[in-house]
Design a protein around this ligand. Structure first.
Ligand code: GLP
Length: 240
């Protein structure tokens, strides 16, 4: 794992945008694996600013998102589909038809997981962007998830529900279940870019980058990827 430590969140966003833009400019038909959460917001703002200023086009870019809350429709303000539309896709010239995410409202969970698995097979990702859960999760692959997992439905860890409650008006509104891309599929990406910001991520960053590779810390699997870059600000990297 290549580790890049930067001063602050602003630097992190600039550096992350550079890495993503390299992929997009090199291949206008690239497939991007995308993530939600607060960490990639700065990066997404830079991608939009670059598109407006330099005209970098996403007309032929395809995307696959990591995860979606179960029970939230794409029109729900807290759904990840809505997040992506509002914070990235609406600001680019991307064709909504080329963007993909699990359907949180799918009546048949197994069928939806199989649909997404098949789709990911057709969409080998040139780069996979990741955030990091404070308990070491990636996407919604919580501690204990087998490294060989494909798309599945998870019951969220209590710590994840608490972490994500800040984005809802009340913790009781946070869905307890979610669809998530599996660890096997995350690892299939040609390149992985993981971002971590803030002191509350310092333990998870240490365990991910320097700890034992174990299913108890899902992000530790990234030590086995041949082209993984971690960009962490000083606070998140403080225990390295
Ligand atoms: C959620 C998402 C993850 C994300 C994590 C960290 O649980 N499913 O994909 O990486 O939160 O979020 P944040 O970037 O807001 O700290």
């Amino acid at each position: 794992m290549k580790i890049v430590v930067v001063n602050d969140y602003e630097d992190l966003s600039v550096k992350a945008a550079k890495v993503m833009l390299e992929v997009v400019r090199e291949n206008p038909y690239a497939v991007l694996g995308l993530a939600t959460g607060t960490t990639p917001l700065g990066l997404y703002a830079y991608l939009i600013a670059d598109h407006e200023k330099h005209g970098t086009s996403y007309a032929h870019i395809r995307t696959a998102n990591l995860d979606e809350y179960k029970g939230l429709p794409a029109s729900h303000e807290q759904s990840y589909a809505y997040f992506m539309k509002k914070n990235l896709f609406d600001g680019l010239d991307i064709d909504p038809e080329n963007t993909n995410i699990e359907n949180g409202m799918a009546a048949d969970e197994q069928k939806e997981c199989a649909r997404y698995d098949a789709l990911l097979e057709q969409l080998p990702r040139d780069i996979q962007l990741l955030g990091l859960g404070s308990n070491g999760h990636i996407a919604f692959n919580e501690p204990g998830t087998p490294f060989g997992s494909g798309t599945h439905v998870v019951s969220l860890a209590e710590s994840t529900v608490k972490d994500n409650a800040r984005l809802f008006s009340d913790i009781s509104e946070v869905p307890r279940k979610a669809f998530t891309m599996g660890i096997r599929q995350i690892m299939q990406a040609k390149k992985i870019l993981i971002l971590a910001s803030g002191a509350n991520k310092a333990d998870a960053v240490y365990k991910m980058a320097k700890g034992e590779v174990t299913e108890d810390v899902p992000a530790s699997v990234l030590q086995l990827h041949p082209d993984c870059i971690l960009i962490a600000d000083k606070a998140a990297a403080s225990k390295l």
